[in-house]
Design a protein around this ligand. Structure first.
Ligand code: FCA
Length: 352
C-alpha cells in the first residue's frame, strides 16, 4: 500500500517535471526567436520564431525593370529583416502554381505583377486560401468583366506619363523644324493591358491636342511585350507607309519603342529622322549611352525604387503591425535624354 502510494507519487512528480521542462523549453525557444534581431514577433510571423516571408512575382524577369524592382525589394528585406521570395510567372498558366509555391515556402504576403491581369479573381481567391496578404504592382488586376479589383495597388500614373511622352515628342519635333504633315507617329500599342492602353492614349491625346494630325498616327499592336514584339509591330507600319519623311515613336515602355527604333534602322531610315521616347528608363539607356545618337531620343524614367522597395516595405508593415497600405498609389516619371540622363540617374540613386 505504501509502495503503491510512493510509486504513484513518483509518477506524478515525474509528470510534473516533464511538464515544467516542456514549458521552460517553449519559453526558451520564444526568447531565442526574439533575439534573432529580425524584429518579428511570433504573432507577426504566424508561427513562432520564423522570419516573415514575402513573395514577389513578376511577369518578365528578363526585363531590366523587373530586375530593378526585385533589387529594391531586396533592399527592403535587408532593412526590415524579412525574407524575399522572388518568383517569375511568365504566362498565365504559371501564376497559380507559383502562388502555391510561395505559400508552401511559408509566404505571408504576395506582391504580384501578373502576366495576365484577367486572372485577378483567381489570384485573390488563391491568396486568401493561403492566408496571404496581397498587393498588385504595375499592372492592376481585373475581374471577368474587365473591372479593376479592389486589391491594394501601386502603379504609374499611366495617362499622365503618356502625356509627357507626347509632349516630349512634339517639343523635339518642333525643335527639329519638322512639318507635322510630313511626320508620322508609330504608336506601338497593347490595348488589352489597361496601363499600356492608358499610356498610349495619353500620347495620342497630347499630340492631337497640340495639333498633330490624327490621320498621321499609325497604331502598331504588339503581339509580345518585348523588343522583337515592338520591332515586328512597327515593321508593318513602315512597310505600309514608305513615303513618310520623319517618324515619331511612342509605346507602353522602352522595349516597345526600342523595337520600333530597331525597325527604322532595318528600313534604312536615318536616326536624325526618328524621335522615339520610351517609358521606364531601362532598355533605352543602352541607346542613350551609345557614342552616336540613334532614333531613341529619350525615355520617361520611372521610380523603380518606389515600385520595389515601397511595396515590399508596405507589405512587411501590413503583416507585422497590421498597418494597411494605401489602397492605390500612383507614381510619376521624368524625361531623360542624352543631355540629362547621367545627372538624373545620379539624383535618383540609379547611377552605375
Ligand atoms: C508594366 C510594363 C513594365 C513597366 C511597368 C511599370 O508592367 O510591362 O515595363 O512599365 O508597367
Amino acid at each position: 500500500m505504501l509502495n503503491k502510494y510512493t510509486k504513484r507519487r513518483g509518477r506524478l512528480l515525474f509528470g510534473a517535471f516533464v511538464g515544467l521542462s516542456l514549458a521552460l523549453l517553449a519559453v526558451g525557444c520564444n526568447s531565442g526567436s526574439s533575439s534573432t534581431g529580425s524584429g518579428d514577433s511570433p504573432s507577426a510571423s504566424g508561427d513562432s520564431g520564423e522570419k516573415i516571408k514575402i513573395a514577389f512575382i513578376v511577369k518578365q524577369p528578363e526585363e531590366p525593370w523587373f530586375q530593378l524592382e526585385w533589387k529594391f525589394a531586396e533592399e527592403a528585406a535587408k532593412q526590415d529583416g524579412f525574407e524575399l521570395i522572388k518568383l517569375a510567372a511568365t504566362d498565365g498558366e504559371q501564376v497559380l502554381p507559383k502562388i502555391e509555391n510561395a505559400a508552401t515556402q511559408g509566404a505571408k504576403g504576395l506582391i504580384i505583377c501578373s502576366p495576365d491581369v484577367r486572372l485577378g479573381t483567381a489570384i485573390v481567391a488563391k491568396a486568401n486560401q493561403a492566408g496571404m496578404k496581397l498587393m498588385s504592382v504595375d499592372d492592376q488586376l481585373i475581374d471577368a468583366n474587365g473591372k479593376p479589383l479592389e486589391v491594394h495597388h501601386l502603379g504609374i500614373s499611366a495617362r499622365k506619363i503618356g502625356n509627357s511622352v507626347g509632349d516630349g515628342l512634339y517639343d523635339e519635333m518642333t525643335k527639329r523644324g519638322w512639318k507635322p504633315e510630313e511626320t508620322g507617329l508609330i504608336l506601338v500599342t497593347r490595348e488589352e493591358l489597361d496601363t499600356a492602353k492608358e499610356r498610349t492614349e495619353g500620347i495620342y491625346e497630347e499630340l492631337t491636342g497640340k495639333g498633330f494630325p490624327a490621320a498621321n498616327i499609325y497604331k502598331a499592336p504588339q503581339k509580345t511585350t518585348d523588343v522583337p514584339g515592338g520591332r515586328d509591330a512597327a515593321s508593318v507600319v513602315l512597310t505600309q507607309h514608305p513615303n513618310v519623311k520623319h517618324w515619331l515613336i511612342g509605346g507602353m515602355n522602352d522595349a516597345a519603342v526600342m523595337g520600333a527604333v530597331r525597325a527604322t534602322e532595318t528600313f534604312n531610315i536615318k536616326p536624325e529622322n526618328v524621335i522615339g521616347i520610351g517609358i521606364n528608363g531601362d532598355a533605352a539607356l543602352e541607346d542613350l549611352k551609345k557614342a552616336q545618337p540613334t532614333g531613341l531620343f529619350g525615355s520617361i524614367l520611372l521610380q523603380a525604387k518606389r515600385h520595389g522597395f515601397d511595396t515590399a516595405d508596405m507589405m512587411y508593415k501590413w503583416i507585422k503591425d497590421g498597418k494597411e497600405p494605401e489602397k492605390i498609389t500612383y507614381t510619376d516619371g521624368v524625361l531623360i535624354t542624352r543631355e540629362n540622363y547621367k545627372t538624373v540617374l545620379k539624383e535618383q540613386g540609379l547611377a552605375d
